[in-house]
Design a protein around this ligand. Structure first.
Ligand code: ADP
Length: 483
């Protein structure tokens, strides 16, 4: 430790002064002396003493108060109190105030030197520790700033749109991809503004305003110029929501090209199939067939009929996707459900299943839609429930109206759908890995249903537990855009 430190003596009693001076000189310290308050302040302004020794009664005031004042102004500077005699209450008070040490008369030279040295060493240790801590905290803050900068660079560079909203749907963050997508380059300050004031897209409004329980986690945002985004809304506890958006326009285009190809092929297959069926029917008329020939002819008929059904389904799907026959009118979905249930009565009885309809009777459930297509949707959903549910099982159709939309649930106690298959069952030709043996199908029924739901600006998803059953949930808006 350099011994050139300056020690400030705040002593009014001149008798003890020589003793202190000698003691400090012996320990190689310089001394500055203040006999009254004014001098003390002046020295403190002009120098930076390493330690101050304050006399119990200094300049007619309490030395303890002076010490307390000093510690308030210079919290890291050690202060030693000099007491005329041992005084327990004063010592206790001194400790509470934060005095480094106390010296009591009668004094010895070495005692003064040791007390000064001890206090300065302790203050140095505290100083070192504080500096180390500051360095450490600064380093971790710097690291966090770097991490934040990295995070900001990633958010700014990615092609996907990212938007963070608070609980009241006000913007906390938007990245440049969102600005590009919604043409918000001119808007300077978006933070804090309600998102729907800034972006008034109806699909975004639907995503944000819908009851999260009745809305599929993925949502499409469509633009008039053909662009399409897949948006996902994830709640962030304590903050609000994160909305991520991915441009899937190219997927849409590939899908359209694929549909066009399938449509052309299906269309071209129809005529030869009709011809095959016609000629197979004629076979028996042009001459007698033996039993084996008759059986083969029947097998050909069954196979050609099943290909014809498949082709018809494909053409139907093409028509729905192209929006053919999509005129809409006000129709009662509750009546349509009842009619569908009546049509399937025989099949339900044959499988000894129980069908329950849970439809509110207090008011008709009307919506704007295409009756033929909606009937097709109900046929497929109920048909599947009957087909996949074993004998004696239970099927329920529920209808309810909620916030301008009708919610339809078709539940069964069938085998359920494996979670890994669930995201694909609405794809064309997809059949789940657990389809029971002998249960036929083309894998087109749910694709047709999904297209019909899309045409009505609705959503569909499945909730299914293996071994317990499945529930298909369809949410249809009653009106859309006032139409
Ligand atoms: P399919 O002609 O095979 O019935 P769908 O498109 O109607 O085709 O259904 C696709 C697949 O979804 C089915 O093959 C089946 O694996 C599954 N699936 C549909 N409905 C149900 C249901 N109610 N219970 C269990 N699995 C179902």
């Amino acid at each position: 430790m350099p011994k050139s430190d300056l020690i400030l003596l705040a002593l009014s009693d001149i008798h003890v002064l020589p003793l202190f001076e000698r003691a400090l000189a012996a320990a190689s310290y310089k001394a500055a002396i203040a006999r009254e308050k004014v001098a003390l302040d002046k020295i403190l302004q002009e120098t930076s003493p390493a330690l101050v020794i304050v006399e119990e009664n200094f300049d007619g005031t309490s030395g303890l108060e002076v010490a307390e004042e000093l510690l308030e102004r210079f919290p890291t500077m050690p202060v030693v109190l000099f007491l005329g005699q041992e005084n327990a209450p004063a010592l206790r008070k001194a400790m509470r105030v934060g005095i480094s040490d106390c010296l009591c008369a009668p004094l010895r030279i070495e005692e003064i030197g040791k007390a000064v040295e001890r206090s300065i060493q302790r203050a140095d240790r505290v100083g070192d520790w504080t500096r180390r801590e500051i360095r450490r905290t600064t380093a971790s803050l710097e690291q966090r700033v770097k991490d934040l900068q990295k995070f900001e660079t990633i958010l700014n560079s990615i092609e996907d749109g990212v938007m963070i909203l608070d609980e009241r749907q006000c913007i906390l963050l938007v990245n440049p991809a969102v600005r590009r997508t919604f043409g918000l380059w001119q808007e300077e300050d978006l933070v804090g503004r309600p998102v729907l004031d800034v972006i008034s897209h109806p699909d975004l409004r639907t995503l944000l305003n819908s009851d999260r329980k009745t809305v599929a986690p993925h949502h499409e945002i469509n633009f008039d110029d053909g662009r399409c985004l897949s948006a996902q809304c994830t709640p962030i506890p304590g903050i609000g929501f994160a909305i991520t958006m991915q441009d899937i326009s190219y997927l849409r285009q590939i899908d359209r090209l694929k549909s066009e190809f399938i449509n052309t092929v299906s269309h071209d297959l129809r005529s030869p199939l009709t011809a095959i069926l016609g000629y197979v029917d004629l076979l028996e008329r042009v001459g007698p067939l033996n039993d084996a020939q008759r059986e083969f002819v029947q097998r050909v008929q069954v196979s050609v009929e099943s290909i014809t059904n498949l082709v018809n389904d494909l053409l139907e799907l093409g028509r729905i996707e192209a929006g053919v026959d999509s005129q809409k009118e006000m129709i009662r979905l509750d009546t349509l459900v009842q009619l569908t249930a009546e049509t399937f009565e025989a099949q339900i009885q044959e499988k000894r299943q129980k069908l329950t309809l849970d439809i509110p009777s207090e008011k008709p459930l009307e919506l704007r839609g295409n009756p033929i297509r909606l009937r097709q949707m109900l046929d497929n959903l109920l048909g599947n429930a009957i087909k996949y549910t074993p004998e004696g099982g239970e099927i329920t159709i529920e209808l309810e109206e909620q916030a301008g939309q009708i919610i339809l649930r078709v539940s069964d106690t069938g085998p359920g759908i494996p979670p890994s298959d669930q995201p694909h069952i609405f794809d064309k030709f997809y059949r789940a890995s657990n389809v029971p043996k002998g249960v036929g199908g083309s894998g087109l029924g749910l694709a047709i249903v999904k297209s019909i739901v899309d045409n009505h600006h609705g959503r569909i998803w499945v909730e299914s537990v293996m071994g317990k059953g499945s529930t298909f949930v369809v949410v249809l808006p009653i009106y859309r855009n006032g139409k």
